[in-house]
Design a protein around this ligand. Structure first.
Ligand code: SF4
Length: 329
């Protein structure tokens, strides 16, 4: 059993005009302890909604969220609070979680005050330890957030998350507001923390280059559903879903030579009115007749990859019996 398990999760929002919008339309994903899983996709694909569902910030309309063996989507308030301490969220904008009027040290210490897990006389030493852990000088503890750079503020947000002694951190676009040189430093910090503290991480990002650098495994999301998951290196070497191929084609070359031709055309459709069959079919360069009507399920390919695309359907007669099992809807 994985540390975090999302199964057929659906998240539905209501627009002002009353329209129900399925932002997440049945997504399944696992994250293990010490593992970094990147969740990528265009803006509006539902990845942030899935992250919020994972930490209980939005209600789960259907499906299950299991953390550390417990179904967090149905826990009572007290049990949920205990779970939330072990399952932390870091936002894109650290100001969303940092109080501008309190010193950095006081805010990092808040986690100890809330959880009562540390005697007060030990708070100062633990704050220093956490600042050191995220690569910040100890004198920052007496400063206010406006006196820090963007990168320092994001490190403080990570230190605050670590103060709760989490088993898992969900990071929603944590690097997108930072300069590229600072992005690389904070990305390296995440890799170090996952390895050294054995913390699981779900990293939400629209930036495939960052996810390639950081994540052990990558899940690709399109219009509310996961269309491919694979170990990150294998995904880059041989993307199987046409949407994954298009996303990777659009990533700038490391040598600065610019973008490869972008195979993807058109806008992401309105999730309130998703296309029939394969949701990607209006934009897919390989679309076939059956793609217009039949929904491809996420099916296992090899030991560690799942793909939802009719291009990769194996002939039924050639498949061993245990491969016939559909992995998820
Ligand atoms: Fe393209 Fe069809 Fe595969 Fe969808 S199922 S990605 S439309 S080939």
């Amino acid at each position: 059993m994985s540390l975090l398990e999302l199964r057929d999760v659906k998240v539905v929002y209501q627009r002002r005009d009353g329209t129900l919008v399925p932002a997440v339309a049945g997504a399944s994903l696992d994250v293990d302890a010490g593992e970094i899983v990147g969740l990528v996709g265009e803006t509006g694909c539902g990845k942030s909604s899935l992250a919020k569902a994972a930490v209980g910030l939005v209600p789960v309309a259907a499906g299950t969220v299991t953390f550390d063996g417990r179904p967090v989507h149905v826990l009572g308030r007290r049990a949920r609070r205990a779970s939330e301490r072990r399952l932390q969220l870091v936002f894109q904008n650290p100001y969303e979680s940092i109080n501008p009027r309190r010193t950095v040290g006081a805010q990092v210490a808040d986690a100890f005050a809330i959880s009562h897990t540390l005697p007060r006389e030990s708070w100062r030493a633990r704050v220093d330890e956490l600042l050191r852990r995220v690569g910040l000088p100890l004198n920052l503890a007496r400063r206010f957030p406006h006196q820090l750079s963007g990168g320092q503020r994001q490190r403080i947000a990570i230190a605050r998350a670590l103060a709760a002694d989490p088993a898992m951190i969900v990071l929603d676009e944590p690097l997108s507001a930072l300069d590229s040189s600072v992005q690389a430093q904070v990305a390296n910090l995440l890799v170090d923390l996952a390895r050294d503290l054995h913390v699981g991480m779900l990293l939400i990002s629209h930036d495939l280059a960052i996810v390639r650098h950081v994540a052990h495994r990558t899940a690709v999301m399109y219009l509310g559903v996961i269309v491919e998951t694979a170990p990150t290196a294998g995904l880059w070497r041989k993307p199987m879903h046409p949407y994954t191929q298009a996303l990777i084609d659009a990533v700038p070359h490391a040598d600065g030579a610019g973008h490869l031709p972008v195979a993807l055309s058109g806008e992401i459709p309105d999730p309130a009115r998703p296309p029939s069959g394969c949701r990607f079919h209006p934009r897919c360069p390989h679309v076939m007749e059956r793609c217009l009507s039949d929904v491809p399920e996420l099916v296992k390919h090899g030991g560690d990859r799942q793909v939802a695309c009719w291009l990769h359907e194996e002939p039924v007669a050639a498949r061993p019996a245990d491969d016939l099992r559909r992995v998820s809807r």
